[in-house]
Every structure is written in C-alpha cells, then in structure tokens.
Design a protein around this ligand. Structure first.
Ligand SMILES: [Zn+2]
Length: 347
C-alpha cells in the first residue's frame, strides 16, 4: 500500500473503500444498476472498514482464508474470528457475498470430508444476519483441487434452508454408488462427522488417526467393493474412493513414521529411528507409485503437472533425517567415552 501522508490517515481497507465509492459514483452515471463488488477480509483489505462508510451501491465479496474446517460462522470454534465478519456485515448492511472454500482442495487437504456441519453453521449465520450472497469457489471440471461433493452439498444446503446435509449425503451415496450405496453412505457419513481426519491425512497425524482410516476401509470400503462387483460403473466409482483412501493412509503413514523416527533419534534410539525411517520411505514409495497411477489415468484425481511436488516436503524431511541418522551413527560414542565432536565442515 502507498505510504504517503494522505493515505496514512486511513487504514488500507478504508482507502480501498473510498476509492471504490468513487468508482461506483462515476459508473452510476454511465451504467446505472451495474453491480460493483470489492474484496474484503483478506489481501489488502484484511480488516473491516472503520472510518469510511461504503456507498450503498457497493457490495463486498468477503473471504476468510484462515478458518478451520470446524469453524462454521455461527459455531463456538469461530467465536474469536466472528467479530471481523460481524463488522463487515454491519458496514455493508448485508450486501455481502460470503466467499466459500468448501470445494477447494488447495486451501483444504485433498482428502477432505463433506463439510456438512460447517455449512449448516454458515447457513445459520447467513440467515440470521441478512447476508444476501454466497459463492463457492469451484475449480474447473476434471481438476484435482476441486471437491465436487462439497460443491454439490453447498448448492443444496443454501438452495433449501431446511435441508439436512446428512440426509442429502445419504441420498447422494444411494443414487451414485448403486448396489454399494449403503456402505458408501455410512462411509460418507463417517467422514462428514469427523472432518479433522481428512485434514490430519496431510499433517499432524497420530497413530489413532491412521487406525481410524484403516478401520473405515475394513468396515465400509471392503464391503462396498464386494457389493459393486459385476457392475462396472459402480465398481469404478467405488474404486476411485478406495484408492484415494489408500493414498491418504500411505501419506499419513509416511508422516507418522518419519515423525516417530525424528523423536526416536532425538531420544538416542538409533536402531528404532532407522526402522521408522525405513518404514516412512516404504510408505512414501508406495504413495508415489499409487499417485503416479492415478495421475496417468487423467480423470481429475491427481494432476500429472503437480503430482511430484506433493511429496516434496516428506521427501525433504526424510532426506534430512537420513543425513542426521548417518551422522549420529558415525559419531555415536561407545559406552564410557566422551561424546564425539562433530567436525565442522564450513569453508
Ligand atoms: Zn498515498
């Protein structure tokens, strides 16, 4: 933002709104009725307006990039962030389009479950505060950063304010997965009721998260595969979910093993660290092989252009641990001797 004396009198948001007020006033002469919307909530307009009142013809497209999957606008989880949204809605008197990332695997994990609870909480807030616009970001068809089920669910939830997302998900599964409808309905329901599991599949996973994924596979997916046998369409649809689930398990397994390796290494358990690190490497290799397969099929599950980069953070962590482990093994003191000095190799 400009740092001159004049601009410093107001916040960046207020300056933008003053600018946009001018744009609206001028456009109204040439094109009365043209809807103008400015961005709010992030980028240069992170804070709500304070000193400049938006023109009554100006709208705001408001987004909260930071919120978590459990933070519906009306929820307790969102209590600390809600003040900003309240202020935007007041300043614009409800002329707000809330910009939703429900269907965005770029912001979320790409193993995200249906955001049923968040949508219901959002809907409650939107209705209670007279917000008149909702927009869901949707990547193009076939693009892997797009969570189609969340896009569909959001459409239904906001189209009919009485709709229950869990009922809708069940309808969806029974219609889409044919003979495998019942176990797939139960599977979607489980994901919708524990959305943090999907997030954990990309970072911060613990052993019991992986246990939950394995349990889901045994309880729902194996049965769905059995029931879909003989129907190629159902079989293909179930296989899509099964393989993405497997990928989630492998990636989660990689991270848990390498985190464990780092912990064991820090505790001085070199053999244990070695074992876990090998496990991490095996998981990662299996994950990459599966992802390559999915990418080659080019059906919107994984983009070949992005595929490899997904594994880079885990690869780097594993390489760094390997280096540490090798150095530790080399300088590991035998019992009774003083700790060896690691020689400095700085030029
Ligand atoms: Zn300036």
């Amino acid at each position: 933002m400009c740092g001159c004396e004049e601009c410093a009198k107001h916040s960046p948001t207020d300056n933008v709104i003053a600018l946009m007020n001018g744009v609206v006033a001028r456009l109204a002469k040439e094109r009365p009725g043209l809807v103008v919307e400015t961005l709010g909530g992030y980028q240069y307009a992170a804070d709500p307006p304070r000193t400049v009142k938006p023109d009554a013809r100006l709208r705001v497209l408001w987004a909260d990039w930071e919120r978590g999957v459990r933070g519906g606008y009306a929820s307790d989880d969102y209590a600390r962030r809600r003040g900003d949204l309240d202020a935007w809605v007041r300043a614009f008197d409800g002329r707000v389009t809330v910009y939703q990332y429900y269907a965005d695997y770029f912001k979320h994990s790409w193993f995200l479950g249906p955001l049923a609870e968040q949508m219901v909480s959002d809907r409650e807030y939107v209705l209670a505060h007279g917000i008149d616009g909702v927009l869901t970001l949707l990547y193009p068809d076939g693009y892997w950063w797009r969570s189609s089920i969340n896009a569909w669910l959001a459409g239904r939830i906001f189209y009919d304010a009485t709709s229950d997302p869990f009922v809708l998900l069940r309808e969806y599964a029974l219609a889409y997965y044919g003979a495998a409808g019942e176990p797939m309905a139960a599977y979607l329901d489980a994901w919708a009721r524990d959305v943090t599991l999907g997030v954990r599949s990309r970072s911060g996973a613990m052993g019991f998260h992986l246990g939950a994924l394995r349990q889901q596979r045994r309880t729902y997916l194996t049965e769905a595969e059995r029931l879909s046998a003989g129907d190629p369409v159902t079989q293909r649809r179930v296989a899509t979910t099964v393989r993405m689930h497997r990928l989630a398990e492998l990636i989660m397994g990689t991270e848990i093993a390498r985190t464990q390796a780092a912990k064991l290494l820090a505790d001085g358990d070199v053999a244990g660290a070695r074992r876990e690190l090998d496990g991490a490497r095996n998981n990662l290799a299996a994950a990459k092989a599966l992802a390559d397969q999915l990418a080659t099929e080019r059906r919107g599950l994984i983009d070949p252009e992005i595929n490899g980069s997904v594994f880079t953070p885990n690869e780097q962590e594993i390489a760094a641990l390997e280096e540490k482990l090798t150095a530790t093994a080399v300088v590991a003191p035998s019992p009774g001797t003083a700790p060896a000095q690691v020689p400095s190799v700085k030029p």
